[in-house]
Design a protein around this ligand. Structure first.
Ligand code: LLP
Length: 386
């Protein structure tokens, strides 16, 4: 197979979904489709009955094509265009998560034009740190996302005065790749405070959407292929103080698809620098942007390495004309030579979706591994059988 290519383990995805659904109990899960829009992956997720969280009009259309019912689509995003809002209205999606007073006004105007009643959740910026990379922190006052608690009641009144909008929910999302569950505990406490205020004001909230953000184990993907969904959901069950009729929703992306993807790449050249050795591979930041953009460290293994091979240190770098095109620095791995195949792990989320054609690069191919006994989806030409 021609490298670089993405390789998805659909059996692992299926096991992850089964565990997720068991642990989520009666919470509603919307897959954050921005993490991976691959059709087979999306179809499998929709087949398992999950809803979907979209952040663009095209994501809504894609989600519907992949089998997600519009009644389970929530639409977030700080900058929705009129065209995108109209797509959501036309398809009668479950809820718009609004992020500014002006968006409320535009949504009401367009809903009136379409003669549609619209469910709205306010995205609240709870000003909570997520202890994650600054580029994937979303819930502090430094970030563009959501409406601060100071302005919340103003926006509530605005929605109440908008005849085509119905305030049904509150939406939160504090960031991504969060491993310290205390951050989610802080979120739950903040939600309780806000809900108490709403209760005092006599405002009924039917659903609380806690966003996504649960992290995965990038260091030890083989040891921990499925995230600790149990502790995550249990925390919210323990901490949230809800009324009996209030539904809990989540928008998980990375934790569902992150570990099911590998990126295969070949060593083109090994070069001795002055103080270090470089292994130059045929995948670059155009195929996997995360290391260049967020200094993300993906685990890399040498395919078909022999047991007890001596370890050497390399900077594993791509071929793109950018100094940030580095996958790992001073990385210990078995001795490498031209033609060796490397597997970059945990690329199922925010990997293929962030591919670019910079340097006029071709897009990587995609292959799948699926056990025939679990054939819940159509088999395509690139599907590999066990
Ligand atoms: N809900 C909202 C409103 C979001 O903005 C996001 C992710 C999610 C849910 C899903 O979060 P997750 O469960 O996947 O953490 N490209 C970055 C991650 C960007 C996340 C953007 N928002 C990365 O590669 O780390």
């Amino acid at each position: 197979m021609k490298t670089p290519y993405y390789f998805y383990d659909l059996d692992l995805l299926e096991r992850t979904l089964i565990e997720l659904i068991a642990e989520a109990d009666d919470s509603h899960i919307h897959y954050a489709i921005k993490a991976n829009t691959d059709k087979r992956i999306c179809r499998m997720i929709s087949n398992y009955g999950l809803g979907v969280d979209c952040v663009s009009g095209n994501e809504i259309l894609h989600a519907i094509r992949c089998g997600f019912p519009p009644s389970k689509i929530v639409f977030a995003g700080v900058g929705k265009t009129d065209e995108e809002i109209l797509i959501g209205l036309k398809h009668n999606i479950a809820c718009f998560n609004v992020e500014s007073a002006q968006e409320v006004q535009v949504l009401n105007k367009l809903a009136k034009r379409m003669q549609r009643e619209v469910n709205v959740a306010i995205r609240v910026n709870p000003n909570i740190s997520a202890e994650t990379h600054e580029y994937i922190t979303t819930g502090t006052h430094e970030n563009k996302f959501g409406i601060s608690c100071e302005h919340l009641m103003e926006v509530v009144r605005l929605i109440e005065d908008s005849s085509y909008l119905k305030l049904t929910g509150l939406h939160f999302h504090i960031g991504s790749q969060i491993l310290n569950l205390d951050n989610f505990r802080d979120l739950a406490h903040k939600v309780n405070v806000i809900l108490a205020e709403f209760y005092d004001e006599g405002i009924d909230i039917q659903h609380i959407n806690l966003g996504g953000g649960l992290g995965i184990d990038y260091q030890n993907p083989t040891g921990n292929p499925i995230p600790d969904f149990r502790s995550y959901f249990q925390l919210f069950r323990d901490e949230l103080q809800l009324e009996a009729h209030q539904e809990v929703h989540f928008e998980l992306g990375r934790s569902i698809v992150g570990q099911c993807g590998d990126l295969h790449t070949k060593v083109l050249f090994v070069k001795q620098g002055v103080s270090k050795q470089f292994a130059i591979v045929d995948a670059g930041m155009t195929d996997l942007l995360r290391p260049a953009l967020y200094q993300a460290n993906h685990h890399i293994i040498k395919n078909n390495a022999l047991e007890n091979e001596e370890q050497h240190q390399y900077d594993i770098v791509g071929p793109i004309c950018e100094s940030s095109d580095v996958f790992r620095k001073s990385y210990s791995i078995e001795k490498l030579k031209r033609g060796d195949e490397l597997i970059i792990k945990s690329v199922g989320a925010y990997g293929q979706v962030m591919v670019s054609e910079y340097n006029l690069r071709s897009r990587p191919e995609v292959y799948y591994k699926k056990d025939t006994s679990m054939a819940t989806i159509a088999l395509g030409e690139h599907l590999l059988m066990n």
